[in-house]
Design a protein around this ligand. Sequence first.
Ligand SMILES: *Cc1c(COP(=O)(O)O)cnc(C)c1O
Length: 364
Amino acid sequence: MSRPIIAHIRLDAFRHNYRVAKQSHGGKALAVIKANAYGHGAVHCAKAIEGEADGFAVACLEEALQLREAGLPEPILLLEGFFEAIELPEIVANDLWIVVHAQWQIEILLAAKLAKPLHVWLKMDSGMHRVGLSPSEYGQAYERLKNHKNVANIVMMTHFANADNLSSNHTLQQIEIFHNATHGLGSETSLENSAAILGWKKAICIGDTKNQWTRPGIMLYGADPLMNTDTKLKPVMQLNSQIISIRTIKQGEPIGYGSIFTAERDTVVGVVACGYADGYPRSAVTGTPMAVEGKMTRLIGRVSMDMLFVDLTDIPNASIGSSVELWGNNVSANAVAISAGTIAYELFCNVKRAHFQYFDAANI
Ligand SMILES: *Cc1c(COP(=O)(O)O)cnc(C)c1O
C-alpha cells in the first residue's frame, strides 16, 4: 500500500442507521444511495441491507445498472427519472422506477412504446422550486398518467427545502400545499428526506404510514442533518491517515501556504498525508477538530493538496506513523463540515484517493 489514507466503512453501522430511519417512521424506506452512496460505495452499502431494504434510490440509470449488475433485486428509483427517451427501454428491462418531475417527461412517457408499464413517482414542486410539477398542474398530470397503459402505479412525492431548519415554517407550508393538491388522488405518498424523518414526523405522518415512503439519505451514513449530537445514528465512514513528519515551530513562526497560521507558542506540528485532493476541505480553518492516536486536537494552517498540519503540542506520544482521524468515531463529520463552511454530505462525496476498507459485524 502506498499512501496511508484509508476510509474505513462500517456496513453494520449503515444497516443500524437504516433500521433507525425505518423504525422512526413506521412506513417503507427507500435507502438513498445516489452518488456512490454519498461516497461510501453503493454496491457495498446496498448489499449490507439486501433483503431488508424496501428499495433504493439513485440519481441516474448508470447508478441503477451498477446495482442490478451486482445482482440486487430490490426496487430502484431513479430520482431524476430519465433524461432522454432513449433510456426508457433499458429502464423497463431492468425493472426500474422513475420519478417524473416535468411536463416534458410526461409527454415522452405517454408517447413511448413500452414492453411493460412503469412505476412512476410523480413529483410536485410544493415550494422548493427546483423540480416538480406545480400544485395547479399536478391533479391533471396525475389523471393523465393514472389510466395510461404505460403507467403501472403512481406514488405522489415532494421534497423539502428547509426540513433541517426546525424554526422555519416553510416545511409546514410545503406539507399543506402537498396535501391540498393531492387530496382525493392516490394513496401512496413520499415526502421525507432524513431531516424530515428526524424533525417533522408528527406533521407528516397523518393516518396510516403503510402507504408512505420515506427517502433517508444522509442519516444512513450517520450524520444527523439537524446536528443533534445525542443521536442514535452511528458514523459509517472513518477517514484515517498518518503523520509523515514532525517539527517544532518557535513561537511567532508561520507555517504552510500563505503563512496563515503563526505559532502562538512553541508548537509541535505534525504533517498528515491527507489534503484537498483526498477530499479534505481546503476551506477548513485552524481549530477544525481532528484526533491523533484517539486524542482530540486541531488542524492548523492551510490545507494543501496532499498534506495538512495537525497540532501535536499536547500529544507528546505522537510519532511518525501515528494514526490520524480526519472524521469518524471521535471526530464528527458535521463538526469538520461546519469548520469548513460546508455540510457532511459534501465531505463524504468528495473522498478520493483513499483505500476503502469494508467491515461488517454480521447480525448487528
Ligand atoms: C438526495 C435526496 C434525498 C435524500 O436526502 P437526505 O437529506 O440525504 O436524507 C431524498 N429525496 C430526494 C428527492 C433526494 O434527491
